[in-house]
Design a protein around this ligand. Structure first.
Ligand SMILES: [Zn+2]
Length: 213
C-alpha cells in the first residue's frame, strides 16, 4: 500500500518502504517522520512529562540495553511542533486525566471504547518512542572493538504496525478496531513499592508500564 499524506505532508499511512527509509536516516520527527530540517525540531519525552512530574522521575534514570543509564529528563526523541501539539491535546491530556483517577474509575473506563482506543495509542507511543530512541544510543562492542548504534540493523518491518497506531494522535485519522492488540490491567496492593515502572520487550512488541497503583 502506498503512502497517504495530508496537505501538510503528515502521513495518514506510511508505506513500509517509506517507514524503513525514515528509520534509517535518523533525522525525522518520531511521529510524522517528516524531515526535522523542514518542519522544525523540538523534543518529546519518551515517558510523558506529566508522569515524570507526578512521580518525581526527572533525575532518576532508565536503563537502555545493557550499557546505558540515561536520566529520564534526557530520554527524549525528535518531534516536530505540530505533532507535539496534537499529542498533548488528543492523547496526553485525556489519558492523564483518566489514569490519575485509577483504579477508582477503571471499570467505567473499560466500557468506553473511545478511551480504550486512545489508551492503546498511548501505549503504542511509549513503545515506539523507546524503540526510536535506540537509534541515537551508541554502545561499544568489546569483542569486535567497535562502536555501534543500539537500533542499528533492527528489523523495522515488524514495528511498522505500532508506528501506524501512534498516528491515532492525528484528529484526521481513525483506526479499524481489529488493528488493536490486547491490554491487560492489574490493580496492585498499596505496599509502598515504587509507583512507576516501564519495561519493553521489543522483539515481542510487548511492554509493561506501572503508573501508580
Ligand atoms: Zn511530526
Amino acid at each position: 500500500m502506498e503512502t497517504i499524506r495530508l496537505p501538510d505532508e503528515r502521513p495518514l499511512f506510511l508505506s513500509i518502504d517509506d517507514f524503513i527509509e525514515a528509520m534509517e536516516t535518523r533525522e525525522s520527527c518520531f511521529l510524522c517522520l517528516r524531515d526535522m530540517d523542514a518542519v522544525g525540531a523540538t523534543r518529546e519525552n519518551v515517558i510523558p512529562r506529566w508522569i515524570l512530574k507526578q512521580y518525581d522521575l526527572f533525575d532518576q534514570s532508565v536503563t537502555i540495553g545493557d550499557q546505558t543509564q540515561l536520566a529520564y529528563r534526557r530520554h527524549t526523541v525528535p518531534c516536530c511542533p505540530t505533532c507535539n501539539a496534537f499529542l498533548g491535546q488528543q492523547i496526553e491530556k485525556p489519558i492523564r486525566d483518566r489514569l490519575l483517577e485509577w483504579p477508582r474509575r477503571l471499570k467505567d473506563d473499560f466500557r468506553d471504547y473511545e478511551f480504550h482506543e486512545k489508551l492503546y495509542c498511548w501505549l503504542s507511543l511509549l513503545h515506539f518512542k523507546s524503540l526510536y530512541k535506540d537509534v541515537f544510543i551508541t554502545h561499544y562492542d568489546e569483542e569486535n572493538r567497535k562502536q555501534y548504534r543500539l537500533g542499528e540493523g533492527r528489523d523495522w518491518f515488524v514495528h511498522h504496525h505500532v508506528n501506524s497506531l501512534c498516528r491515532l494522535a492525528f484528529p484526521e485519522l481513525s483506526i479499524d478496531p481489529k488493528a488493536l492488540g490486547s491490554m491487560l490491567f492489574f490493580v496492585l496492593p498499596e505496599d509502598g513499592s515504587e509507583p512507576f515502572d516501564f519495561v519493553t520487550f521489543h522483539e515481542a512488541s510487548t511492554m509493561m508500564v506501572r503508573v501508580g497503583q
